[in-house]
Write a protein that binds this ligand. Structure first.
Ligand code: FES
Length: 266
C-alpha cells in the first residue's frame, strides 16, 4: 500500500522530513511528561494509604471523592457507595474512568499523545511511520467523540475538589485554619476549573449553535470569557496536570508523616 505521504498528487519526497529544526523536542518532552504522570498515578492509585490528613482535613485529589467502604475514617464525605472489592480495587478506581476519560479524549491531549506516543505524525511536515491512516472514524478512536459527555462528568469532580478546599481551611483546634496544604489544594482547584472551563466542548455548549449573539448577551459574555481561557487550553492542560500531581504528592507526604505542614494560621 502507498504511504499516505506518497499518494497520488503528492510531491515525491523520499526524506522523512525536510525540517532542520529540533522538531523532535516537543514530542519527546510530552512523552516524558505524560509517562511520568502515568507512572506516579498508577503507584498512587494502588498505594491505598496516606491520602487523608484528619488534623487539617486534607484529602488527596487522587482519592477524591472517596466512595468506598475501605476509605479511612473521615475521608468519605459523600458516602460509601461501593463495598470492599479487594486490594486491587482501590477507591480511586471508581472515579478514574471519568477523570481519565475527560483527559484522554481532550482535544489537546489527543494531539499530544498522537504525536508523542504514536508518532502520528510526530510533528508538522514530518512523515509518520504508519502506512495507513484512518483518522477517528472507526472503533476505537471514534469513541473520542464522547469527549463532550466526559465534560459533563468533569464538572461534579471539580465541584467535589472545590468542597475539599473549603474543608481544608481547618485548624488543628477544629476551627478556622490555613496551612501550606490549604493553599496547594486551592491553587490546584483553580487550575482544574480553568482547564475544565477552557474545554472546547464547554465553549461550544455555552456559545455554539447561536445564530445571533446579540439576542443572547449573557451567553455571549460567558462565551467571550471561555474563549479567552480556551486560547490557553494547552498550558492549562499541563499546569492542571502538574498541580493535581503535586497536590496529591503534598498530601501524601503530610499524611505519611514525612512532611510537617507549615501553618500560616492556626
Ligand atoms: Fe481539552 Fe475538552 S478539549 S478538556
Amino acid at each position: 500500500m502507498t504511504a499516505p505521504t506518497q499518494g497520488p498528487g503528492r510531491a515525491r519526497i523520499d526524506a522523512r522530513t525536510l525540517r532542520t529544526d529540533r522538531w523532535w523536542l516537543p514530542p519527546l518532552l510530552t512523552f516524558l511528561g505524560l509517562t511520568t504522570f502515568v507512572i506516579y498515578g498508577v503507584i498512587r492509585a494502588f498505594m491505598n494509604k496516606w491520602y487523608w490528613v484528619g488534623e487539617y482535613q486534607y484529602l488527596a485529589p487522587f482519592y477524591s471523592p472517596c466512595l468506598s467502604e475501605v476509605c479511612v475514617p473521615g475521608s468519605a464525605h459523600w458516602g460509601r457507595w461501593f463495598p470492599d472489592l479487594g486490594f486491587l480495587v482501590t477507591p480511586p478506581l471508581f472515579v478514574l474512568p471519568f477523570v481519565l476519560g475527560f483527559r484522554l479524549t481532550c482535544y489537546y491531549y489527543r494531539k499530544a499523545y498522537y504525536r508523542s506516543f504514536w508518532l502520528s505524525p510526530p510533528a508538522c511536515a514530518v512523515a509518520e511511520p504508519h502506512r495507513r491512516y484512518t483518522g477517528e472514524r472507526r472503533f476505537p478512536l471514534i469513541l473520542q467523540n464522547a469527549h463532550r459527555y466526559f465534560f459533563y462528568t468533569a464538572i461534579p469532580v471539580a465541584a467535589v475538589l472545590t468542597y475539599d478546599v473549603v474543608i481544608a481551611f481547618h485548624g488543628a483546634d477544629g476551627g478556622f485554619g490555613v496551612g501550606l496544604g490549604t493553599l496547594v489544594l486551592l491553587a490546584n482547584v483553580i487550575l482544574i476549573w480553568a482547564y475544565t472551563l477552557s474545554c472546547h466542548s464547554c465553549r461550544h455548549i455555552v456559545g455554539g449553535r447561536l445564530a445571533h449573539f446579540s439576542r443572547h448577551p449573557v451567553r455571549y459574555w460567558m462565551w467571550t470569557r471561555i474563549s479567552w481561557l480556551n486560547a490557553r487550553h494547552m498550558p492549562l492542560a499541563w499546569l492542571s496536570l502538574f498541580s493535581v500531581g503535586f497536590a496529591d504528592l503534598y498530601v501524601t507526604l503530610v499524611a505519611s508523616g514525612a512532611l510537617a505542614d507549615p501553618r500560616l494560621f492556626n
